[in-house]
Design a protein around this ligand. Structure first.
Ligand code: SIN
Ligand code: CO
Length: 382
């Protein structure tokens, strides 16, 4: 049995995608047999104290009012003053700090990498939860330590169904129609919009493999901004065939048709859309910090690669390709015909062994590309 089959409860990725993905929740018992949390509660608390790590504490009790939230970095001393129960610590992008969680993210490669966001980890003592809520993204909730009760409701959630006086979006009324107790290794898949409520029954860690789904508004505004910057300001609305209007106060259908034409012209440019989307979707969050590498020239890079044997993508950098265009961290690398092989090679996998690349490294253009990626901190030696 392959990993993907076990992970999906004896279903093939095709079956899972056809019947569950974005459609209905699925509980998979023992999706990760024998799973042991690759991060401990103490390590998670330690991460939340780091300024570059995005974290938050959700306090049903122990804050100034029920359901308050405190954003990281969390002071180390804060942990000594938390109540015994009823709070949750959440840490985003743990795949960047814990290699096993980067590997875990790879297990979801039956979904395109650009759709995957991060692996978040949460720790909660008994009764800890973030309240009943919905998310706008798909999520795989993996129980990593202890047990958690999950309740869900697949009924539509009214827009005004949220608690007042808290910045968290917690449902005021939640009537679950399904309930499970998850043990380590169990996994619950939820499509966007399904109300869920997970309560720790004891000290517990839950991992969330989260996805990205840009809003239509974000897509439109980002593309328009990108496209507008490329257009020549001298290109203007023009009407050389203008006839005297019956109503000078009217905006005529012919004028509107021309405006629509101008907009459609940009929206039909497939190359412009591909170039923009590749950059847009691989861009890092504004505050992403990347580990710097000491710059090397091509020979230095080859020597270092031969010595370390293993090169890997930085979890802080997103890689994707469209045909012969490689996109890394919002940068576009058009690949020559001889280098086209590098696009899937660099984007589909996360690690590269020197021995496997040795022959390809004979090509100076490939070595130059890897050296450039290395010097930007997008790849590093293990
Ligand atoms: C949690 O890990 O406690 C919350 C995860 C979620 O509900 O999305
Ligand atoms: Co949620």
């Amino acid at each position: 049995m392959t990993d993907a089959l076990t992970l999906l409860g004896n279903r093939s990725p095709e079956e899972f995608l056809a019947h569950y993905w974005q459609k209905r929740p699925l509980l998979i018992r023992n999706a990760l047999p024998g799973f042991i949390s690759p991060i401990s509660p103490d390590e998670l608390a330690g991460l939340s104290c780091e300024p570059e790590v995005e974290s938050r504490l959700v306090l049903e009790r122990g804050g100034p009012r029920p359901w308050s939230v405190e954003y990281g970095p969390i002071a180390e001393s804060r942990f000594a003053h938390l109540p015994e129960t009823h709070w949750t610590l959440l840490v985003q992008e743990c795949n960047r700090y814990v290699p096993e969680l980067a590997e875990l993210r790879d297990r979801f490669s039956f979904i395109p990498h650009w759709r995957v966001d991060d692996v978040m980890a949460s720790y909660a003592p008994a009764q800890g939860s973030v309240g009943p809520h919905t998310d706008q993204y798909d999520v795989f909730l993996i129980q990593a330590l202890g047990t958690r009760r999950w309740q869900i409701s697949t009924a539509p959630v009214a827009e005004d169904n949220f608690l007042p006086d808290t910045e968290l979006c917690i449902m005021r009324d939640f009537a679950p129609n399904q309930e499970w107790i998850l043990q380590p290794g169990d996994m619950l898949y939820l499509p966007p919009g399904v109300a869920h409520y997970g309560v720790a029954l004891e000290d517990c860690i839950t991992l969330s493999v989260g996805f990205r789904a840009p809003s239509h508004a974000e897509l439109l505004s980002s593309f328009a901004e990108h496209r507008a910057a490329q257009l020549n300001p001298a290109q203007r609305y023009a009407d050389p065939d203008l006839k005297p209007p019956a109503h000078p106060g009217e905006i005529a259908p012919s004028a509107l048709a021309q405006v629509q034409n101008i907009l459609q012209h940009s929206l039909q440019d497939e190359t412009a859309i591909a170039r923009w989307f590749g950059k847009y979707i691989t861009e890092a969050k504004n505050d992403t910090q990347r580990e710097e590498n000491t710059p090397l020239d091509e020979n230095g890079f080859l020597r270092a690669f031969a010595e370390h044997c293993l090169l890997q993508r930085s979890e802080a950098a997103r890689f994707a390709f469209i045909g012969s265009d490689l996109f890394v961290d919002g940068q576009h690398y058009p690949l020559s015909r001889e280098l086209v092989f590098a696009a899937p090679l660099l984007c589909d996998q996360r690690q590269w062994h020197y021995a496997a690349l040795k022959e390809k490294l004979q090509q100076p253009a490939f070595t130059s590309l890897l050296t450039a990626l290395y010097n930007h901190g997008y790849v590093r030696f293990v």
